[in-house]
Write a protein that binds this ligand. Sequence first.
Ligand code: DGL
Length: 263
Amino acid sequence: MQQHSIGILDSGLGGLSVLREIRALLPNENLHYIADSAWCPYGPRSFEEIIQRTSFLSDHLIHHGAKAIVIACNSATIAAIGSLRATYPLPFVGMEPAVKPAAAHTKTGTIGVLATEASLAGEKFHRLVSSHASGVRVITRPCPEFVELVEAGILDGPKAQAAVKFHIDSLLAEGADVLVLGCSHYPFLRPLIERAAGENIEVIDTGSPVSKRLKGILETENLISAENADSKVIIQTTGDLAHLKNLLPTLCPGLDAEVSAFE
Ligand code: DGL
């Protein structure tokens, strides 16, 4: 396995929305992604379970040469990043729902945050709201069906459209004019979400800020790779390998990756 990679992990395929941003911004880095689809969803799991699982996956990534790890999952960040940072000596980059920019952009004074139950239940999320959105009405909405749709590769069609419309209509009815995609799976449904929301509604996700944050940390820590035309992307799944191979061209068009089963 490759030395000196960026480890990336998610409960499943959602974090590939972050991987594609990292690949575009840091093309010289080897990337090693684990899709924990066998354990998906993390959303309804306890923090203890998520900490235990992400520690296990981090051990694997470090063993195979990770120099930094991106937790490309809001739920795992909120539940586990404090514990991971306290346990391991390498940098961990996490992701959280983009409440701060949403609160700064709203004109109606109401924002909608779509995320998992685990993300919304965390003390970290409540702190995020009280520090950055105290004067704003924050409507939260878990959308577990979105995760199921993306894991199944259903990114459009009647079933996906109905699920998206159900959640977006109710947030708009509450007056939200900015929607936060607070789960790394949701950007794959972004075209449907934007269509359901209409052009006056702003939709924000965190894949691009996470990749910029990672770049900043690699530079500061002197970990950034020099020009490397042979950089590789390895993607492993704890779930169904054939399913991942089928879906990858849809989720990450044009991505050249070695895909294998996690073992
Ligand atoms: N992709 C994960 C996140 O960003 C969660 C999906 C799940 O429930 O496993 O929160």
